[in-house]
Ligand binder design. Structure first.
Ligand SMILES: [Fe+2]
Length: 167
């Protein structure tokens, strides 16, 4: 079944949002590497990779409906963050923004009675719940560690291992 041009366009916007997310997280990873936090850097690099797979999913969905994607401009991401906590708070804020974009798309699909797109988006709705929860859990840990440098050193090691096990 074909999808409407406006639905295709809205999905294309989301395609670019996902690529922008990847770009932001790569920038956070670069900042973590620069600040000797290789574990957080690995975590963010893997997160960026996930965002690209999200874009890829949308790409394939549009292809499957005889549509194509268009690459928009990427926003220049912030380059440095004061602390890992500030970066993770920004990451959580960004994920909340993405969740609201996805929810908006779901509403649009419902309005258009586009059941296929609504079903396609269900995966993203669930994924966003996980994304927000994993960012929040890192924030909780960073808050626990506070200004303790040794704690941060330990946490940096832990997040890298955990993330690679989960992948
Ligand atoms: Fe995403």
């Amino acid at each position: 079944m074909a999808i409407s041009k406006s639905m295709a366009q809205a999905l294309n916007v989301q395609f670019n949002e996902e690529l922008n997310s990847a770009y932001l997280y790569e920038s956070m990873a670069a900042d973590f590497y620069a600040k000797n936090l290789p574990g957080f850097a690995v975590w963010m690099t893997m997160q960026a990779g996930e965002e690209r797979t999200h874009a890829e999913k949308i790409h394939r969905y549009l292809d499957g409906h005889g549509e194509r994607v268009f690459y928009g401009a990427l926003a220049e991401p912030q380059a440095t963050w004061k602390s890992p906590l500030e970066a993770m708070n920004d990451a959580l804020g960004h994920e909340k923004h993405i969740s609201s974009c996805i929810h908006k798309l779901v509403r649009e699909a419902r309005k258009a009675d586009d059941i296929a797109t609504e079903s396609f988006l269900a995966w993203f709705v669930d994924e966003q719940v996980e994304e927000e929860a994993s960012a929040q859990s890192l924030i909780d840990k960073l808050e626990m560690v506070g200004d303790n440098k040794f704690g941060l050193y330990q946490l940096d090691k832990e997040v890298s291992v955990r993330r690679q096990q989960d992948a």
